[in-house]
Design a protein around this ligand. Structure first.
Ligand code: GAR
Length: 218
């Protein structure tokens, strides 16, 4: 097996997706190891979770930097010092500049709680309910300068039920985020993806986590 890719997970809060990546990376055949968890918010609950799992966890408080660029230069230096090869954004609620994104082109992925390109931005579950869509879900994609755009690696779909609230729908989506993000990282870290004309192509023989479609509840 080729050496495991060194991954940093960037968070801003709870870190449940980070935990799903950490747990997946415990498998001996997982092609990536989580070497660093980093938050732009010192109070992010996920930092303690990561430390409890034995992973280095750091806060770089964006408020202590004079601007976005200075913050990102510190972030970049921290990632380089740990020889990070892949960055996973997992509830990292800070826009990244084109400068930083360019440095991680094809090596930085994000999870978004909607079936992109629908429902970019915030409050995705509320908006999906308001529109009356019957299927909702989540997306893992490569990061490009435009927010919540970028080549799609994997998606998971869930049903929207009549009785749903934003919380109940969000919980159903989140359960699938925890499935699809590790699948997508496994695929990317194993070199199973290439980007062609803005779309992700999966290598022959690689696992294809293109769609996780949980059964429709009775
Ligand atoms: C997740 O639902 C993730 O998809 C979302 O924030 C939540 C973080 O939860 N990300 C975004 O909205 C990014 N635009 P977590 O901290 O428990 O992983």
């Amino acid at each position: 097996m080729s050496p495991r890719k060194r991954v940093a997970v960037l968070i801003s809060g709870r870190g449940s997706n980070m935990t799903s990546l950490v747990e997946a990376a415990r498998a001996p055949d997982f092609p990536a190891e989580i070497v660093l968890v980093l938050s732009n918010r010192p109070d992010a609950a996920g930092l303690a979770t990561a430390r409890a799992a034995g992973i280095e966890a750091l806060a770089l408080d964006h408020k202590t930097y004079t601007g976005r660029e200075e913050f990102e230069r510190a972030l970049q230096a921290t990632l380089e010092a740990r020889r990070v090869e892949i960055v996973c954004l997992a509830g990292f609620m800070r826009l990244l500049t084109a400068w930083f994104v360019a440095r991680w082109q094809g090596r930085m992925i994000n999870i978004h709680p909607a079936l992109l390109p629908s429902y970019k931005g915030l409050h995705t579950h509320e908006r999906a309910l308001a529109d009356g869509v019957k299927i909702h879900g989540c997306t893992v994609h490569f990061v490009v300068p435009e927010m919540d755009a970028g080549p799609i690696i994997a998606q998971a779909a869930v049903p929207v039920l009549d009785a749903d609230t934003p919380d109940s729908l969000g919980a159903r989506v989140l359960a699938q985020e925890h499935v699809v993000y590790p699948l997508a990282l496994r695929l990317v870290a194993s070199g199973g993806t290439r980007i062609e004309d803005g779309r992700v192509r999966v290598a022959d023989g690689a696992e294809r986590p293109a769609l996780v479609s949980p059964f429709f509840p009775a």
